[in-house]
Each structure stands twice: as C-alpha cells, then as structure tokens.
Design a binder for this molecule. Structure first.
Ligand code: DC
Length: 229
C-alpha cells in the first residue's frame, strides 16, 4: 500500500488550528479531520441525554454506543459532523458544549475509542488532522507536525468573535475564563495531555495573519514533498 502523507496540527483552543487546517486541506487536496469535533459531538449527545458528567462509567457506555462521522462531500470548508446519523455541525459549537467537552476528553477509555477511529482514517488518505494529541499519540509517525499557539487574550478575542458571529453574546471575560479552564484541563489530564510534540514546528499565531500561517506550513510541506507534488 502506498504510504499516505500525514500532517498533524496541535495546539490550544483558539490558536487557529481548524481554520488553517481547512485551507491547507483545500490547497493540498487532503482529507481534513477535526478531532475536536468528534469529542464535541459526543459531549453534545451526553448533554442531550442528560447524563451525569461525573458518572464516568455511563459516559464510556455512551461513547461505545455512539457513531460519529465527518462528511466532506460539500467540501472541506463545509465539513459536516454527524452523531448517530444526525447533523450536529452547528450544535456542537455552543457555549454549553465548550464548557463540558474537556471533561469528556479527559476520560482515557473515551480517548481510546476516538483515537482508534482517527488512526483508521489516516491509513488510506493523505490527511491533515488537528487536535491536542495528534503528533504525540494519534499520528506519532506523521511526517509533518505543527504546534500552533497564541496568547490567551488573542485566542479569547478570536473565540468571542466566532461566538458572536453565531449569535451567542458571550462576554470577553467569560470566553477567556472558559479557554483558560479548558487549557488547564487539556494540559494537565493524565491521558494524552496537550503538549508540544518533540519534532513539531512551533508557530505563534498571535501577530500573524491567517495567510501568513498557511504560507509557513505550506512552504514546509512543499519543500518536503517537492519531488512528489
Ligand atoms: O479543538 P476544539 O476546541 O474543538 O476541541 C474541543 C475539546 O476537545 C478540547 O477542549 C480538548 C478536546 N480535544 C482533545 O482532548 N483531543 C483532541 N485530539 C481534540 C480535542
């Protein structure tokens, strides 16, 4: 089987990973996999079922009985997220899901389920995958690894704008607190915490435009693939 090319993008919430990854996927014609969307879809289902977030055993049972799929048929920019066949693309971006998703993502049995699906997607396609543990756990063999970061204030500004555009009038302070708490849970959890992969290229996006970030990554991949592209 021809070896696929894998690009891993990790980093904290609001660093611009998914926006950048989508543009790159379009330019390179790779499959884009938003692993955060998978944890979000499960969190949305758990909220809908009114399960107790402290009851880890039932959350694991729920994860084992949930089907999450990403559909790129409308193009990468319009990736659809399905949970048990229901389109949850918009429903997983609410403040309620933002607040609880890191709790779900802490559970190691749930991570094992997700990582298995994510790895399978990488076997047959050239992919760009973004998340927190892609370069360290999901695709440690990825040829290209990037770690996107930005100052908390800048990330909060971007996230607040995203929420406002969706009609959620969240205060800047509340968004910043939410990001801070999520970063804390994501970086200190026992299983696959957010950390910089040893061989990753670090890009601080605080004062870079979207185009500049995309160009930086593209230049690295183009250089690495110049004989193949
Ligand atoms: O990238 P995002 O904000 O959509 O991710 C939502 C949450 O999911 C984030 O707080 C941490 C978790 N996550 C994770 O633990 N591992 C991943 N590979 C992707 C996301």
């Amino acid at each position: 089987m021809k070896e696929t090319i894998k690009i891993a993008i990790d980093g904290p919430a609001g660093a611009g990973k998914s926006t950048v990854a989508k543009i790159l996927a379009q330019k390179l014609e790779y499959i884009y996999i938003d692993t955060g969307a998978m944890y979000r879809a499960l969190t949305y289902k758990i909220i809908q079922l009114n399960l107790d977030f402290n009851d880890t055993a039932s959350l694991i049972i729920c994860a084992n009985n949930t089907s999450i799929t990403l559909d790129n048929s409308l193009g990468v920019a319009n990736q659809l997220v399905y949970c048990d066949g229901k389109d949850v693309t918009e429903l997983i971006r609410t403040p309620a899901v933002n607040k609880l998703v890191s709790v779900v993502a802490q559970i190691s049995e749930i991570r094992t389920i997700m990582v298995k699906i994510q790895r399978q997607l990488g076997l047959t396609n050239n992919i760009i995958m973004d998340g927190r543990d892609i370069g360290t756990v999901v695709l440690p063999e990825a040829k290209y690894k990037f770690f996107l970061t930005a100052a908390l204030e800048e990330r909060a500004k971007r996230r607040q704008k995203e929420l406002l555009d969706k009609g959620y009038n969240e205060q800047y302070k509340a968004v910043m607190n939410d990001l801070f708490n999520r970063d804390l849970l994501d970086t200190t959890r026992e299983t696959a915490p957010l950390k910089i992969p040893e061989d990753a290229i670090i890009i601080d996006t605080s004062s870079l435009t979207l185009t500049e970030v995309v160009e930086k990554i593209l230049a690295t991949v183009m250089e690495g693939e110049k004989d193949a592209l």
